[in-house]
Design a protein around this ligand. Sequence first.
Ligand SMILES: [Cu+2]
Length: 491
Amino acid sequence: MSAEPPPALAAAPFRSRLPIPPVLRDDHIRIPIREAEQQILPGPKTRLWTFGGSFPGPTIRRRAGQRTRVTFHHELGEKAGELSVHLHGGHNRTQFDGYPGGLTKRQPLSAFCRIPRGLSARESGNEFLLEPGGNRTYVYDLMEDGRPERAAFQWYHDHRLDRTALHSWKGLAGMWIVDDAFEEALALPEGDRDLPLMICDRTFDRRNQLTDPFQGQRPPADGILGEAVLVNGAYLPHHRVDACRYRLRILNVSSFRSYNLRLSNGAPMLQIATDSGLMPKPVRRREILLGPAERVEVIVDFAAARGETVELRSSKRHGGRNPLGAHTYGGTLMQFRVGAGRVTDRTHVPRRLRPLPHWTRKATRKPDKRWEITIGGFFKTTWRINGRTFNPAHVEAFPKLNTTETWEIVNKTNVAHVMHLHHTDWYLLERNGRKPPSYEDCLKETFFVYPNEKILLAGHFSDYTGKFVVHCHMLDHEDHGLMSQFQVVRA
Ligand SMILES: [Cu+2]
């Protein structure tokens, strides 16, 4: 169903200001999950499902090691069914990890996953779900392996079985920044010069309402692409910056779309961090491919563009491998208006940033577990991992607490996937037997896996036993079977 695009998309670009979501810093945060109307395009406001009344939801900003409780109140009503909030990039107990759950009275069937009927609330994980009208308090310790976790740019979103793509599309996503003393000791740009940017694509109808493109989608042709790209919930916004260095934290929350980021003036972006915080050393890049759920943090120096404008763009073509099936966007995302005044800039990016944790050095190249992505099925074609769709009662691997394992992910389909593993950060050892490029020689938790590619990852299991999912973060794939799970067990 192809809606005619709204006239507002043809309006002059860069009219709206870049919205900066409110920042919450308390140790106990309350966030209603509710409908809201927001001015996204000129003309009628757009109805959304939101965390706290805005899209993106409020940015939660906390120091590593500070226990944080977030009480979510589900005010969307019965039509939304159960929800499950995942802090993407966090290291949390299963019950606070956004476990997808299984079948319920409100959701008695799964379109693509074979889930046994009659599972108990414990077996299905339904005990962790947030019901309409209910409250649930998630506890985030912001600790990992007995220490405050590494500072990182994370985000939170709904993760309910079969409905993650739809719920994300409707607006259930917000950013989360973990700070720590290690980063604060560096002279990186901060305050207004530390700018989080959430990118997504959405399609609107002529009345500026989100379309519902999710009916009748079948693998492998199930990637939903939006016609308009939004930054922090605004279409082609502008942002005024001073002529100095900025830290841009960029997050892709599109269901399916990738972006190949570059600056219109060809200036380099000095990448300092990925999904899992600061890298061992900065990497100078002219273009950055960012898949769904991936993050990149770059230092951009606007000093050379004093009094000018610089656009953040995405180009379809790029130097690296073509992420087949990922549909890289071609076009402008936003505009920076650089002030004409000279600015004293005392920021500095050191040549060495954050060392890798010890366990990365001990990781072997011999995989303890293999996860194979395929597509197939007799009655219905689904995405699969190790021959199965998601079933909360089936566990694929049982890593032991306080051990490091090496896992192999193999893509046997002819499209790229973006695999996300919960519970911890992962170290990419190899892509197809080769050492990864410098910008992947760091901790991450979301990885492109290209057709016929094999990646080797090491992960360290600490603190919490329990079930954690592994899935494609192209959300249509996740909802259509491409999810599995492991269970951390006592040694
Ligand atoms: Cu996928």
